[in-house]
Write a new protein. Structure first.
Length: 585
C-alpha cells in the first residue's frame, strides 16, 4: 500500500494539496481524497469574502452562513476550472513551471492560508458593522456582532459537504474513464466518461429530482391550501364569496382565499372611520378547485362578482394574485376605507405554490390567469351602459403584478381598456415595466425611470422617496410602487454576468451606499434576499404598508375624500401590514 505521505507528496506536486496531514491511515486517506485544489481555494476564498459584502436586506448569522457556504462552493468550482485550464496551457507551453520545489509549494500554501484568513477576518468584522447599519436604516434591532463569528464554521461545513459531493462525481468519472479505456483511446474514454457522468447528473436533476421535488411541493402546498388559519370563519355577508348565496363554497376558496374573504373592515368599522353610513364591500374570489381551466375560473369569478353586486359599485378592482392565491389585505383595506365600502374586488387562485416556486417553475401560469380574469371582467363590464359602469382598475403585487400586465400589449392598450393600474413590487420580468424602463427619459434612473415626463406613468419608491403623484387629468394613470430595498424588483438572471445600471446610480435611502456588484455573487446575494424580502418592517423590502393609501389616491381617488383622514388611514394600514405573512407566506 502506498504511504499517505507519498500520496500527499504526489498531490502537492500536482498543485492540489495542503502542506501536510496527520499520519492516521483512515483519516489520512479521507483527507487526501478531500484535498482541495489550490486554484479552487483561491476562488472559494474570494467568493466567500464577496458574499459578506453589503446585502440589500438584513440577515441572521445562520442564513448568512448558508449563503456564504453556497457562494464559496461556486467560487471553488470556477477557481478549479480556471486553474485546470491554466495548468493545461502551461503544461504544453512551459512544463517546468508546473514542477516548483517543495519549499515554493509550501510557501504558496502558507501565503494563501494567511491571506485568506486575514481577508475572511476583515470581512466578517465588516459585515457585522454593515448589517447593524442596515438594520438601523430599517428600524430593526441589531443582535450585535458576536453571532457573526459562527459564520465561518457553518459556511465551512457546508463547503466541505459540497466538496465531498463533487469528489464523488469526479471519482465516478475516473472509474468510467478507466472502464472505457479498455476498448477506446484515452482521449475518447475521457470524453465519454465526462459525458456519461454529466448527462446522468443532469438527468437526475431535470428528469428525476426536480420534477419529484416540484410534485412533492405541489402536494404539500395543496394540503396546506386545504387548511384554514385560526380566526378565519365563513363570512356572513352576501357580498363576500363563500357567504350566503355565494356560487362558490367556503371550502373551495383555498387557504388564502378564505383569509381574504373573511377579513377586511366591517360596515360598522367603515362607518365609524368615515362618519357616514357605509356599504358592505364586495370581495369576490374563486379558488382553483372550482374549475379545470383559467378561462373556467375567470368565467365563474365574473358570475360571482355579478351576484355580489360588484358591477354596481363606484370602483371595481381586478386583482391578479400571487402564487398561493394571496391578495394583499392592506391594499384591499385601504381601498375599502377610501370608498367607504362602495367598492368591489375580484380575484382568483391559479396555483397552490408560493410565488418564488411559481416564478421558477411556471411563469406562464400567472400570465394566462391574469389575462383570462381581466378579459372576462372587461367583457362583462362593457355590456353595461357607459354611464353605469364602475371605475375599472387593475392591481397586482409581486408575481401578481407580472400576471396582471399580461392582459395588455402596451400602456396605450391598458388605457383604452381600464381606468388605471397599480402595480406593486413588480418583478423585472414585468413586460410593460421592462419596455417603459428601456424607453425612459434621458437622464432618469433605471430603478425609478421617468417616462414621457411622468404625466401618465409614474415610478414611486414609497414614502422615503417623495414624488409628485399628480397625473394629467382625463388620462388613466399607471403607477409602479417599488422600494429601493426590494430585491424582487431588482433580481434578474443577467446579474450573474452583467453589471446592472441601478448599482451605479444613487442608492435608495434604506440601501447601504457601499452595496456593489460582483460576478455571480450579487446574483446569489439578491436571490437570498428575496427569501427575506417580506420579513422586514412595512415600508422596506417587499413589504408595502401605508404608502398604499397614497398609491390608491393617485390611481383611483374617490370624489369626496377629505385629506384630513389620510394620515389616520396610513397609520391604520401600515400597522395592519406588519401583521401579514406577506406574498411568500
Amino acid at each position: 500500500m502506498v504511504p499517505v505521505t507519498q500520496l500527499l507528496d504526489r498531490s502537492v506536486r500536482r498543485g492540489r494539496s495542503l502542506p501536510s496531514v496527520r499520519r492516521i491511515p483512515v483519516l489520512g486517506r479521507f483527507l487526501t481524497w478531500l484535498t482541495p485544489d489550490y486554484g479552487g481555494l483561491i476562488g472559494a476564498a474570494c467568493f466567500f469574502c464577496w458574499s459578506l459584502t453589503p446585502s440589500l436586506l438584513p440577515r441572521t448569522w445562520i442564513y448568512q452562513a448558508m449563503v456564504s457556504g453556497l457562494t464559496a462552493t461556486i467560487g471553488y468550482a470556477l477557481g478549479s476550472l480556471i486553474g485546470w485550464v491554466v495548468r493545461l496551457v502551461l503544461r504544453r507551453a512551459r512544463p517546468g513551471l508546473l514542477e516548483p520545489s517543495r519549499r515554493v509549494r509550501l510557501a504558496a500554501w502558507w501565503a494563501l492560508g494567511g491571506t485568506a484568513s486575514g481577508a475572511a477576518a476583515w470581512y466578517l468584522t465588516s459585515t457585522a458593522g454593515w448589517q447593524t447599519e442596515l438594520r438601523t436604516l430599517m428600524g430593526m434591532a441589531s443582535p450585535g456582532p458576536n453571532h457573526y463569528l459562527f459564520i465561518l464554521l457553518v459556511a465551512g461545513a457546508i463547503f466541505v459537504v459540497f466538496l465531498a459531493v463533487g469528489r464523488l462525481i469526479r471519482g465516478a468519472s475516473r472509474r468510467l474513464r478507466r472502464f472505457f479505456g479498455r476498448w477506446v483511446p484515452p482521449q475518447v474514454a475521457l470524453v465519454a466518461s465526462v459525458l456519461c457522468v454529466g448527462g446522468l447528473t443532469f438527468w437526475s436533476w431535470t428528469g428525476l429530482l426536480y420534477p419529484s421535488l416540484l410534485g412533492v411541493a405541489n402536494d404539500a402546498f395543496a394540503a396546506v391550501n386545504m387548511e384554514t388559519e385560526a380566526g378565519n370563519n365563513a363570512p356572513s355577508s352576501a357580498t363576500h364569496s363563500g357567504g350566503p348565496g355565494s356560487l362558490v363554497t367556503w371550502d373551495s376558496l383555498g387557504r388564502k382565499g378564505r383569509e381574504f374573504v373573511s377579513s377586511g373592515p366591517t360596515v360598522q368599522e367603515l362607518t365609524a372611520f368615515n362618519g357616514e353610513v357605509a356599504l358592505d364591500p364586495v370581495r369576490a374570489y374563486v379558488g382553483m378547485d372550482s374549475a379545470e381551466t383559467p378561462a373556467g375560473l375567470a368565467s365563474l369569478a365574473v358570475r360571482e362578482l355579478e351576484r355580489a353586486g360588484g358591477f354596481d359599485r363606484e370602483v371595481l378592482v381586478v386583482v391578479t394574485t400571487t402564487g398561493t392565491g394571496w391578495v394583499d389585505g392592506a391594499a384591499a383595506d385601504a381601498l375599502e376605507y377610501l370608498y367607504n365600502g362602495d367598492s368591489a374586488i375580484v380575484a382568483m387562485q391559479y396555483s397552490y405554490l408560493p410565488s418564488w416556486i411559481s416564478f421558477v417553475a411556471d411563469q406562464e401560469q400567472v400570465r394566462v390567469a391574469g389575462e383570462a380574469l381581466f378579459d372576462a371582467v372587461h367583457d362583462a363590464w362593457l355590456e353595461r351602459p357607459a354611464a353605469e359602469r364602475p371605475r375599472l382598475v387593475v392591481y397586482g403585487e409581486s408575481l401578481g403584478a407580472m400576471g396582471s400586465a399580461a392582459a395588455f400589449e402596451s400602456v396605450d392598450d391598458l388605457q383604452s381598456k381600464a381606468d388605471g393600474a397599480l402595480w406593486v413590487g413588480s418583478p423585472s420580468r414585468h413586460d410593460l415595466r421592462g419596455s417603459l424602463t428601456a424607453e425612459r427619459d434621458s437622464g432618469s434612473p433605471s430603478r425609478l425611470p421617468v417616462y414621457e415626463g411622468g404625466a401618465e406613468v409614474k415610478f414611486w419608491g414609497g414614502w422615503q422617496e417623495p414624488l409628485d403623484l399628480e397625473f394629467d387629468p382625463g388620462v388613466p394613470p399607471v403607477l409602479f410602487l417599488q422600494h429601493a430595498s426590494d430585491p424582487v424588483t431588482l433580481w434578474s438572471w443577467e446579474l450573474m454576468f452583467n453589471r446592472p445600471e441601478w448599482i451605479d446610480e444613487e442608492h435608495g435611502p434604506d440601501v447601504l451606499p457601499t452595496l456593489d456588484w460582483y460576478p455571480f455573487v450579487t446574483f446569489w446575494q439578491l436571490t437570498a434576499d428575496m427569501a427575506l424580502s417580506a420579513t422586514v418592517p412595512a415600508g422596506h423590502g417587499h413589504n408595502y404598508g401605508g404608502e398604499l393609501v397614497d398609491a390608491w389616491l393617485a390611481v383611483a381617488p374617490p370624489d369626496d375624500w377629505p385629506a384630513s383622514r389620510t394620515d389616520d388611514l396610513r397609520e391604520r394600514v401600515h400597522s395592519f401590514q406588519d401583521q401579514q405573512t406577506g406574498p411568500f407566506g
